[in-house]
Design a protein around this ligand. Structure first.
Ligand code: TC6
Length: 696
């Protein structure tokens, strides 16, 4: 049964069980049911204590995120929490699973909190651009102190049950099920054998000076001024000390209402839901993935070693293959380094490292992969090299093995054609550094079998990655949009902006680094090689900016060469602006007869967004991505697109499709082929729809 709060009464105890699978989100239905059950328990003269517990795998993991931005049905979560806090009969909350957000606020309103080992508690609202708006900013600092409360609310990270007990966030961690423990406590209380903590005591413990110091310290540590939620959380904690209780709650409520309506919060919600939506593949609903235990990884470079490490961490046995003993030793050493770092950071125990290492083998020939269930090729990005590997894999791999390529641009169909089993071939595009980047583009070829696609999704989840499905084209979803982004930037560079102005504009917009900083970091030779690969098929009528080529010809290959778009004295991490680059750009403009014009930061940002969203629209039209939110997710997780902007398609929705299309039409007068708006813009505008309407 869904959205229920069942009530069982016996021996003076009312046990209310929340039931709203999968995570007991506190949507309007469940809130209403709980309010009714609470009313019944309060009204029943036989009930003296109320135990609140949840069915299924978790206590409520929060408010229902899908309700934000719409008018919430009554009762609201703050009303519900007030009803629990004001209950004349003591309420004992029996916690398990993920006690998050509004779920933790509900627990905070109870008189007693008992948790099972393994329970995690946290207030992740800040990651959604909002704040705990159901009394959390007021009750939590009183319970555990302002400094710790701020730490939890500003980081958004959960803590374990034992730590929660240390902080006083839960009263006890109990073995044998929290609901049973809560009933035992209720019985003992009714028998006069146990006391329950008094809420009033929390108020007496407050130290105003420490509280204000914590508030001041948090304010001085505030980061990104573009995100309003952290500042508002701190204001609320201050208000909890300075204002009378009712006014504190009202202050928090007003701040929550402000935040939930911001475009940042809408974007962060979109990102959360996009991650879950990407996993939904209706055509695969009844397809069983293949079993994957033994995996071969071809190539022990940064990518291959990173993939191998991730697979070992998920319990797979891995055989790493390199072309010779020296390269193999280097590859295995990379895995060992990843392990050492993980142990040093406490993310991996020494015993687990031994176990993982025992599951790793090395080989110098593909024949060693005869027993693999899956082979992931992470060799040099060259079609002939990859086709050669796949032809040999076809000879050695067992029937039914999945053969995956980690190509970032190349044609997966052509690689598949090097085998006699294209149905078993798929692209798995991982991102560097593999341990930190959560994205995998699952590139589905024309003949890839459904159970191979399902296996890729299952594997991605197993190794903690988010899989996004993409079709075959040059660059799939992410690199194709990145190319459009860089092309728009290059046009501006040739028209009059400096690389430094463009980088600053994009950083100001929210990217962690600008396009030329990223190019310098990755190495300019990578994109140069690709441009040379595509040179033969390039349309000569299209505008081509050769500034990047000129830099490479001058040996300016980026940070590793000590110079690229920036200068890196002593290989410094941060580059400095270089007048030689400006001179090189000026010479290139002159050679093309271009007179440099003034370019503002706003124009840079507008053009880059328009280019990305237009490429996204083409990707949708061609069926390369199934939904706009998949495109957004790729850019958020793989390319540093600011999460609080939601990705290029949501940013386009927020900027207004009509205005953006008009801009594209204007730009297309300069360069028709690149800027021509995809037909999808007009179709959406005519029907009064947005990209977001195509998500479901
Ligand atoms: C808040 O509470 C604010 C309060 C102030 C109020 C005034 N709402 O992630 P999974 C769905 S803010 C709606 O795949 P896991 C999810 O969409 C909220 N739906 O599972 C998915 O649906 P699908 C604070 C939710 O085991 C299904 O549940 N809370 C919500 O990998 C399974 O999810 C949070 O930010 C929700 N709150 O991870 C917690 N949560 O099956 C957000 C989940 O239709 N949730 N769903 O695709 C999480 O972090 C994780 O879901 C998890 C479980 C750790 C609870």
């Amino acid at each position: 049964m869904t959205e229920e709060a069942g009530i069982a009464i016996g021996d003076g105890i009312a046990t209310i069980t929340l039931d709203n699978p999968p995570v007991n989100a506190l949507g309007a239905g469940l809130r209403g049911a709980l309010m009714t059950a609470l009313g019944a328990a309060l009204h029943d003269p036989g009930v003296q204590v109320i135990v609140l517990t949840a069915a299924g795998r978790t206590w409520p993991a929060g408010a229902d995120i899908r309700e934000f931005g719409r008018s919430p049905g009554a009762p609201s979560l703050p009303e519900l929490c007030q009803a629990v806090a004001g209950s004349a009969k003591p309420v004992i909350a029996a916690l398990h699973g993920m006690v998050l957000g509004g779920g933790l606020e509900l627990a905070l309103a109870a008189r007693v909190r008992l948790a099972e080992p393994g329970t995690e508690l946290g207030l992740p609202e800040v990651t959604l651009g909002i704040l705990p708006g159901a009394g959390g900013t007021q009750r939590l600092p009183r319970l555990i102190g302002a400094k710790r409360a701020l730490g939890l609310m500003l980081s958004g990270l959960p803590i374990g049950a034992a730590r929660a007990e240390e902080l006083g966030l839960v009263d006890a961690v109990t073995e044998g099920g929290s609901a049973a423990a809560a009933e035992r406590l209720a019985r003992a209380y009714l028998a006069g054998e146990a006391e329950l903590p008094e809420v009033e005591e929390q108020r007496r413990r407050v130290d105003p000076r420490a509280w204000l110091l914590a508030v001041a310290a948090a304010r001085s540590g505030l980061g990104d001024p573009q995100l309003p939620a952290p500042g508002r959380i701190i204001d609320c904690v201050e208000a909890a000390l300075l204002l009378p209780e009712d006014e504190g709650f009202a202050f928090e409520r007003a701040a929550f209402e402000d935040l939930v309506a911001t475009s940042e919060a809408a974007a962060l919600r979109h990102a959360f839901l996009a991650e879950r939506r990407a996993a939904k593949q209706p055509d695969l609903a009844h397809v069983k993935p293949r079993e994957i235990h033994n995996v071969g990884v071809v190539g022990g470079g940064l990518m291959g070693a990173g993939i191998a490490t991730a697979l070992l961490g998920a319990g797979c046995s891995v055989t790493l293959v390199e072309r010779d003993g020296e390269a193999l030793a280097a590859g295995l050493a990379r895995v060992a380094t990843h392990h050492e770092r993980a142990v040093a950071k406490g993310r991996l125990s020494p015993e687990a490292r031994e176990a993982e290492w025992a599951r790793l083998a090395g080989a110098t020939g593909l024949a060693a992969l005869a027993g693999s269930d899956l082979v992931i090729e992470a060799a040099y990005e060259d079609e002939a090299v990859k086709a050669g590997i796949f032809a040999e894999l076809d000879r050695v791999a067992r029937p039914g093995a999945i053969l995956a390529t980690n190509t970032s641009y190349l044609d997966v169909n052509r690689i598949a054609a090097a085998t006699a089993r294209p149905g078993d071939v798929i692209g798995l595009h991982f991102f560097l550094p593999v341990q930190a980047m959560r994205l995998v583009e699952v590139v589905v070829g024309a003949e890839t079998a459904p159970d191979v696609i399902a296996s890729a999704f299952a594997l991605a989840r197993r190794i903690g990655k988010v899989a996004v499905r993409a079709g075959v084209c040059d660059g799939f979803i992410g690199n194709r949009i990145l190319t459009a982004y860089r092309t728009a930037a290059d046009f501006l560079l040739e028209d009059g902006a400096s690389p430094y102005e463009i980088d600053r504009a994009m950083v100001a917009w929210g990217f962690p680094a600008g396009p030329y900083q990223v190019l310098d970091m990755a190495g300019l030779d990578i994109s140069w090689a690709r441009r040379r690969r595509l040179a033969a098929t390039r349309d000569p009528a299209r505008r081509y900016v050769a500034i990047g080529d000129r830099l490479c010809e001058a040996g300016r290959l980026g940070r590793k060469a000590g110079k690229g778009y920036y200068l890196y004295p002593e290989r410094a991490w941060q580059g400095v602006e270089d007048p030689d680059v400006l001179a090189l750009i000026a010479a290139e403009r002159e050679a093309r007869g271009i007179v440099a014009r003034e370019v503002t930061a706003a124009e840079i940002q507008d053009r880059v967004l328009a280019a990305m969203a237009n490429e996204g629209a083409r990707i949708l039209e061609e069926g390369i991505a199934a939904r706009p939110s998949d495109i957004d997710l790729v850019m958020l997780l793989g390319y540093g697109f600011p999460r609080w902007r939601g990705g290029p398609m949501l940013a386009a929705d927020q900027a207004g499709l009509l205005a953006l299309r008009k801009r594209l039409v204007d730009y297309a007068r300069e360069e028709e082929a690149f800027w021509r708006p995809a037909a999808l813009w007009e179709e959406l505008i005519k029907n009064g729809r947005k990209f977001a309407d195509l998500n479901d």
